[in-house]
Design a binder for this molecule. Sequence first.
Ligand SMILES: [Zn+2]
Length: 317
Amino acid sequence: MQLVRQNDKRVPKRHRPVCAVLVALLTGAAASGCGDGADEGAAGRQKPVAGQPGAAAAQAGPAAAEAKAKAEAERLKRAVAARTAVARKWGLAKVPLVAPAPPAEKPHITTREGFEVEGAEDLPPVFTTVPTKERVVFLTMDDGAEKDPELLRMMSELNIPYSAFLSDYEVSEDYGYFKDMQARGVTLSNHTLNHRYLPGLSREEQQREICGSQDKIEKFLGKRPTLFRPPYGNYNGDTLRIARSCGIKAVPLWAAEAFPDHMEWREWDQDLHPGDIILTHFRGREDWDGSMADMIRNVMKTVTDKGYAVARLEDYV
Ligand SMILES: [Zn+2]
């Protein structure tokens, strides 16, 4: 597995503390370098000591190196403790695994066998799993009916990446919620204006549903999507050609679907695989048996128990 390089410029700033945790978890640095008898829980809640690296640098030779290593080990230890505390706070069964650094180059993605449409043009690929050998999966949330502030806080504190596919009729009453989500690093993508069954529509109607959503997201949320997911996963050749014409580069579907109390699987083995895309929805207690937080607890238990980390879809696609 590829280790995260902490100074890697490709890693967004907000993810760096988590990267440090990964180094600790994978290398055992926290266990070996920090085993000096300090209370881990208490240390984890302490703020980093200001100026410590500077002080270390002022010393000469091996002493400086030793001080620097010790400071780094302390920092990793605090990060592990903090991550553990956050997972406990939100009631997760286990501390989520941290994804490796994003690939230097995005993988070449092709349409899944059996998901092709007529014609041999260069259309946006339709896929359910991203080609990767890493033990990562991707979390995607659709529609936008439930606007639960707890979800935003939970995902930010846990530092779990996810992607949103928005249907305008569900989100137009409160773009503010999704602006907040976007400010927290979530990419907002196209799931049409009105969530219609696209193969049943005329070309013109599909154009309005797909490209109209591109325009609205760009207007109200500031960025034109490059990812599109057709409602129910249903599409035809027109769908993909129209999507391409208004800026869509890829059409991620899903390999599994998460609910507060169970998972549903596309594959015969009813399991996760490297690169699998997981679908879930912005839903509340009136739609399913639990809150968004309950759903996250359930899906993260499955993901972590199976030894996967959640990675950011847009780092790979
Ligand atoms: Zn949907």
